[in-house]
Design a protein around this ligand. Structure first.
Ligand SMILES: NC(=O)c1ccc[n+]([C@@H]2O[C@H](COP(=O)([O-])OP(=O)(O)OC[C@H]3O[C@@H](n4cnc5c(N)ncnc54)[C@H](OP(=O)(O)O)[C@@H]3O)[C@@H](O)[C@H]2O)c1
Length: 336
């Protein structure tokens, strides 16, 4: 065991896309847990698109990371010292460890991991992204057999789960993904009926033509992960009464906008679309139901997943920056 704690802090607020200089690697003593707390050796931590928003000072649904603070995020690891009831040294747990080698957290803020699945699944397929897909697809997508669902970032942890759940419920599933390799993964590994490479089309109208061929009956559910060109391409293809779970707009996380707002707004009106923004943290009470239903399916291989694990805490900033631009193939994880 190292006697030094390493952590990645926010060194300055990014302008547009983050760059390596926005982060700093800090080293210091390993903290001691207080009464009711637990010291964890973090084995892996998650990198998620929402963390880009936490780097800004702008008000949002969750607090910003302050300059000099450890970057926020979920991790998994092993309890080294416990002063909390119900947890003992050696337990495998998950919690909001941040981008760090160690963390001290309250016992009540940790969850013991299920030994029937690999620990890293708690960050992706059985973590916040998988739960997001499971919960919001039923709540806001309201899928019906025979309908068509389209989704971008389709091979990421949210997209892959949405695709598999929708397919299992009898929908036609159409993936939008960046590059031929991800398109092949979408159809061959995650069972999408068709996959379109958004990088192969410069304009939204060309992307729309390709999507239109893949969605001969129009689109009933557009799961919004990206905004940008994909959103502009999709809107004219939406069927009346369609649903749009508004999950994320990663194409705009580094800035940028669309000049198509009047068309998009009008399509929502004329097609009576149901657009539901949601933040998964409001749904946390349903996590036990999700884990009870999906953990056995993951353990049995009925739900498949892909992880993109990079070695070394020091590589977290570069890996995060790459993920925002599509450099990841599967759930982005740092092996600390
Ligand atoms: N509302 C909530 O509570 C909630 C919870 C979880 C996640 N989310 C959101 O869900 C979305 C997916 O999250 P995730 O963890 O599954 O991410 P992810 O797919 O692992 O990573 C992001 C992916 O976005 C795609 N992308 C980036 N820029 C793009 C662009 N301009 N156009 C199209 N695609 C682009 C890239 O995939 P390609 O290479 O395939 O383009 C990239 O790999 C994100 O927007 C995230 O913020 C929201």
């Amino acid at each position: 065991m190292t006697d030094q704690m390493r952590r990645i802090t926010l060194a300055r607020r990014p302008v547009g896309q983050p760059v390596p200089e926005d982060f700093a690697l800090q080293t210091g003593p390993v903290p001691d847990p207080g009464e009711g707390e637990v010291l964890i050796a973090v084995s892996h931590h998650s990198l998620d698109p929402y963390m880009r928003g936490r780097m800004d000072d702008a008000g949002s649904y969750a607090a910003s990371v302050n300059l000099g603070e450890t970057m926020v995020g979920q991790g998994v690891g092993t309890v080294l010292t416990s002063r909390a009831d119900g947890l003992a040294a050696g337990d495998s747990v998950t919690g909001m460890t941040g981008w760090a080698s160690h963390a001290v957290l309250k016992g009540g803020d940790l969850r013991k991991l299920d030994p029937s699945v690999p620990v890293t699944t708690a960050l992706g397929v059985l973590g916040m992204p998988g739960f997001t897909a499971w919960r919001a697809l039923s709540e806001y997508g309201r899928p019906k057999p025979g309908e068509t669902l389209a989704i971008a970032a389709a091979t990421g942890p949210v997209g892959a789960m949405v695709g598999q759940l929708a397919k299992a419920q009898g929908l036609r599933t159409v993936a939008v993904a960046g590059g031929a390799e991800k398109c092949a993964l979408a159809t061959e590994k995650f069972g999408f009926d068709a996959a379109i490479d958004h990088r192969a089309y410069d304009s939204a109208s060309d992307l729309r033509k390709a999507l239109s061929k893949a969605c001969p009956d129009g689109i009933d559910i557009y799961w919004e992960n990206t905004g940008g060109k994909v959103l502009e391409a999709v809107m004219p293809l939406m069927n009346t009464g369609g649903r749009i779970p508004l999950c994320g707009t990663i194409a705009w996380y580094g800035g940028g906008t669309s000049d198509k707002l009047p068309h998009i707004w009008r399509a929502i009106l004329t097609k009576r679309l149901n657009v539901n923004g949601f933040i998964i943290f409001d749904h946390w009470h349903a996590l036990p139901d999700f884990l009870a239903e999906i953990t056995p399916k993951v353990a049995a291989g009925e739900i498949t997943y892909l992880e993109d694990i990079t070695d070394g805490l020091e590589n977290a900033p570069d890996t995060f920056i790459a993920m925002l631009k599509g450099g990841n193939t599967g759930k982005t994880i740092i092996k600390v």
